[in-house]
Write a new protein. Structure first.
Length: 634
């Protein structure tokens, strides 16, 4: 569905939902998984490019700006609003009128009991070019409101228009008309003055410019007729004037189209037709000034936007000093700019909080996590570089050294084709040796295993055929019994040595001699169980490593409670593990430093909600961890 809201259009999709009430200790059941009211949107400009427009999300309760987004050329942005709060979205752009929209995400408690899924509000906000030197009635006023309504048409959210775009456009048009009338009257006054001085060509030109402003004005038309009659005998002068007017008009059109370079060429051409003409001289000077201003302003805007983006990127990467430098450089372009000042203040706070040790620990953790991710993606060389870089922060760290060793082993093992070729050759050689030792069944298994590596290989197929013939020829019962007994014994020895795959192979070879033999079948079943248990241990080790890496990543992102939860989950897999205990201690220290009461309350509510969601999804261990993590706060 679609409805007009100050050129704001609504579309349906799933949105997150969160709930907040005074004195409430936990989020009600059914609401925990909906955290945010999502507002995707787009900025459009009546004339020009939306890039550089700024969307500020202001919490009206705290009077704080929760988010500030500088939109790209597409004009798109995305906001996430907590439920049960009052907000204002303020859209600004230099040279354009600001627009403010009030948004209330307060929802009656009974509503989410029935339906707590609210689609996002997709908004399109049109900004209008500022009329310089004129104060308009809508400036500084809220243009619209969005709030919950029992009778709303978008899952009970509805909008109301306080000032519509037509009223804004009409008032702008009125102001422009007043300005245009003033310019027109000034132009008429100038034309009359030149007419008094008998400078008819200039007067005619000025009346012509006035007529372009008001094509239906009778007085100007009559004046032009009078002057045309006076000038009809001038011949060449009239042609000159026509060419002059054509060039002036072309120049004016190019100025209106912001094509200042072409306008300068037009006005220069007009001066060649009528040298020293004051109108052409003035228009040429104005066009040159506009070109200089436009060029300089565009450069400054682009550089300001680049520096802010560069600073934001540096801050995200915890390069606070570089971020502050970028923001301060932006401030030299736009002194006292509130966004740049706010960015500097935030980055300086982060830099102050970071401390040298915390920075080193965070960088160490980031490099380990990045290395782990690279290992997961089989980027072993990059991972080794990450782990070695981590060692520069914590020399001789056992975890980093172990990570390097493991990654180097994986790198050495990486040559998949060489590995397969080597394994194929080994299996053929082992099969040949087994055939020489009259271990035909093992030889056949070796050759068949080689065939799984190189399907259709003629040598392996020939070896299988030869070994099967030899096995068929072997066929006395006593020999089979002896071979069966040997294979069972060899399988038992392999199982004792935890060589479960080789043991299973022995027992299956024995089964080729005595199909359906209960002892061989039992041995296979037991060995397969042991093999499965060994795989389970490997899975636990992998899960332990994943939880440590996920915890490291959460710590890097200052999600300390989630990090502690990850490390405690890892500790369930490996109780008393020193690395997990150390990670918990470090994360708890960082969490203790975070310490404001509001932050703790928010984190407590979030963890309870996350626990409820996990319990709903039958993720009981994660749910218990979330609740235990919440208990560390309260």
């Amino acid at each position: 569905m679609k409805r007009n809201f100050i050129h704001i259009f609504l579309v349906f999709s799933i949105i997150s939902f969160s709930y907040k009430t005074e004195g409430q200790s936990r989020v009600p059941k059914g609401l925990a998984k909906f955290k945010y009211f999502q507002i995707p949107g787009r900025i459009t400009i009546d004339k020009g490019d939306p890039s550089g427009a700024v969307v500020n999300l202001i919490n009206l309760d705290s009077k704080q700006t929760e988010k500030s987004v500088t939109v790209p050329a597409s004009g798109k942005f995305d906001l996430e609003l907590s439920f049960f709060k009052e907000y204002r979205i303020s859209v600004t752009k230099d040279g354009y009128y600001d627009k403010d929209i009030n948004i209330s995400t307060v929802i009656p408690p009974s509503v989410w009991e029935k339906d707590s899924i609210f689609p996002p509000f997709n908004i399109v906000v049109t900004l209008y070019k500022r009329v310089e030197g004129v104060k308009l009635s809508f400036e500084g006023k809220v243009i619209g409101k969005l709030s919950y309504s029992p009778n709303g048409t978008l899952d009970n959210f509805d909008s109301s228009i306080l000032i519509d775009d037509k009223a804004i456009q009409d008032e702008i048009n009125t102001a422009l008309k007043i300005i245009e009338d003033g310019k027109f009257n000034q132009k008429i006054a100038e034309a009359l003055e030149f007419e008094k001085k008998n400078e008819l060509l200039t007067a005619y030109s000025l009346y012509g410019e006035a007529l372009k402003m008001k094509p239906s004005d009778k007085f100007v038309k009559e004046k032009l007729k009078e002057l045309a009659s006076d000038l009809k005998n001038l011949g060449n002068e009239a042609k000159v004037l026509a060419e002059f007017n054509r060039l002036i008009a072309l120049g004016d059109a190019n100025v209106a189209s912001i094509n200042y370079i072409e306008a300068i060429k037009n006005f220069t051409g007009a001066l060649k037709v009528i040298p020293d003409n004051p109108v052409a001289i003035a228009k040429l000077a104005d066009a040159e000034k506009l070109l200089a201003v436009a060029t300089e302003k565009a450069k400054k805007e682009a550089e300001f936007t680049r520096l802010i983006a560069e600073g934001d990127k540096n801050v995200i990467q915890t390069k606070y000093a570089e971020g502050i430098t970028s923001f301060k450089s932006a401030l030299t372009i736009k002194p006292d700019n509130t966004m740049a000042l706010a960015r500097i203040a935030d980055a300086e706070k982060l830099l102050a909080m970071a401390g040298e040790k915390a920075k080193k620990d965070a960088e160490f953790t980031r490099l380990i996590a990045e290395g782990d991710q690279n290992v997961t993606q089989t980027k072993y060389v990059e991972a080794i570089n990450n782990f070695k870089s981590a060692l520069t922060f914590k020399p001789n760290d056992t975890m980093a050294l172990a990570r390097i060793a493991d990654a180097e082993k994986l790198l050495a093992m990486a040559g998949e084709k060489a590995k397969k070729d080597a394994e194929f050759t080994r299996l053929i050689a082992e099969g040949d040796q087994n055939v020489v030792q009259t271990k035909y069944a093992e030889g056949i298994n070796n050759f068949k295993s080689a065939l799984t590596i190189k399907p259709g290989d003629t040598m392996a197929l020939a070896r299988i055929a030869d070994a099967e013939k030899l096995l068929a020829m072997a066929g006395e019962k006593a020999k089979k019994d002896a071979e069966f007994t040997r294979l069972i014994a060899e399988g038992d020895q392999n199982v004792v040595q935890t060589k479960y795959v080789e043991g299973i192979s022995n027992f299956k070879s024995a089964l080729t001699i005595k199909p359906s033999d209960t002892m061989a079948l039992a041995r296979i079943a037991d060995a397969e169980k042991l093999l499965a248990m060994a795989g389970e241990k490997a899975k636990k080790d992998a899960e332990f490593t994943r939880l440590i890496a996920e915890g490291d990543q959460n710590v890097v992102q200052t999600k300390y409670v989630e990090g502690i939860s990850n490390f405690k989950s890892a500790l369930i897999i490996k109780p008393n593990d020193t690395m997990a205990l150390a990670r918990i201690a470090d994360a708890e220290k960082l969490l203790a430093m975070a310490g404001e009461k509001a932050k703790k309350d928010t984190e407590f509510t979030r963890l309870i909600a996350e626990g409820d969601q996990n319990v709903t999804l039958t993720k009981y261990v994660e749910g218990i961890n979330s609740f235990k993590s919440a208990l560390t706060i309260k």
